[in-house]
Design a protein around this ligand. Sequence first.
Ligand code: UDP
Length: 381
Amino acid sequence: MDISSFPYIIAGSGLFGAVMAERIASQLNEKVLVIEKRSHIGGNCYSETDSETGIEYHKYGTHIFHTGNQKVWDYINGFTSFNTYRHQVLASVNNKIFQLPVNLETINSFFNANLRPYEVKAFMSAKTAGFKKQPANFEEQAIAVLGEELYEAFIKGYTAKQWQVDPRTLPASVFTRLPFRTNYDENYYYDQWQGIPLQGYTAVFEKLLSHPNIAVMLNTDFFSVKEHINQQCVLIYSGPIDRFFNYRFGKLEWRTLRFEKETMPYNDYQGNSVINFPDIKIPYTRVHEPKHLHPERQYEKDKTVIFREYSLKDDGARPYYPVLTEENKRMLELYRNEAEKLEHVYISGRLGDYKYYDMDQTIAKALETFETCILKKENTR
Ligand code: UDP
């Protein structure tokens, strides 16, 4: 393939790269080359079918699509329909199952109480009395909302396993991803639109990248072919930003996940798609049972597959989560300043922006980048 003939190059076929490729190919009618290091498209959203059970699973951890953004919802519906799955999470604490995020059921069950919604505020203020009104970090935010006992039971151990940093060095925003409810609503998300793509995530990526103007090169590290790209081309890079600048200011920290698979001789092993294990003595953070993600499918009745999830430090091979400490944020600033200076180069996506984006935020960022950077530039040429 003649790499130098492409006016648009995209490094990475995850959600950011795939949406950018689709927009450029369909709206500008330009040729785009997507260069992907892995042997498959889709980044960490990739899904595949387990050969033993026929169950589709998300190779890099359970992904639930959820959004309140009409533009994103309309856009993604051009490439897939969604099933009616609603995400509910449970937590196993002291060998008992609780609802998560913390809601009235969790509070009543944990404290052996029988509160009404209007009684929760007074009950919780007694638990959170003495904590700062303006929480400055993850731990302060969590205790200000949940009080010490719920924090210890549901958050502290899980967070220690997930991030392996002092929870006071993480921003409050990581905690505020989790809602807190004073009613019995068990939905993990508030968003108006939720679900799993009916044909799975990989099919969405196949469709996004199916335009005849798009070529995809798998098993190719962008940096190994960088020299061959046309110097005038527009480059969209969705890999880790520090790698792009050859770690000039140091390495940004990432967390990655490892999954341990087990096939079980039951129709249903745990009764839910995800169960969290906050206890620090249990080495994994969650157990996934992907069969539950597609209630509309007819899977075999006597088999299911589960994945135990372990969190670990990333060595640069499989970054998942940016570790948003002040030190990393300072380093990111240095990289962002360098990125601003580049012409025809756009660095973004979860890895490029070093942001804890959900899928809908990544799509929104891609649509915005296309409109404000690519389209505008094209129109002024
Ligand atoms: N969290 C926790 N206990 C749980 C679930 C989440 O302490 O049972 C904390 C943890 O620090 C986690 C953060 O809340 O990193 C955000 O959770 P979320 O479910 O959004 O994580 P993701 O699904 O993105 O891994």
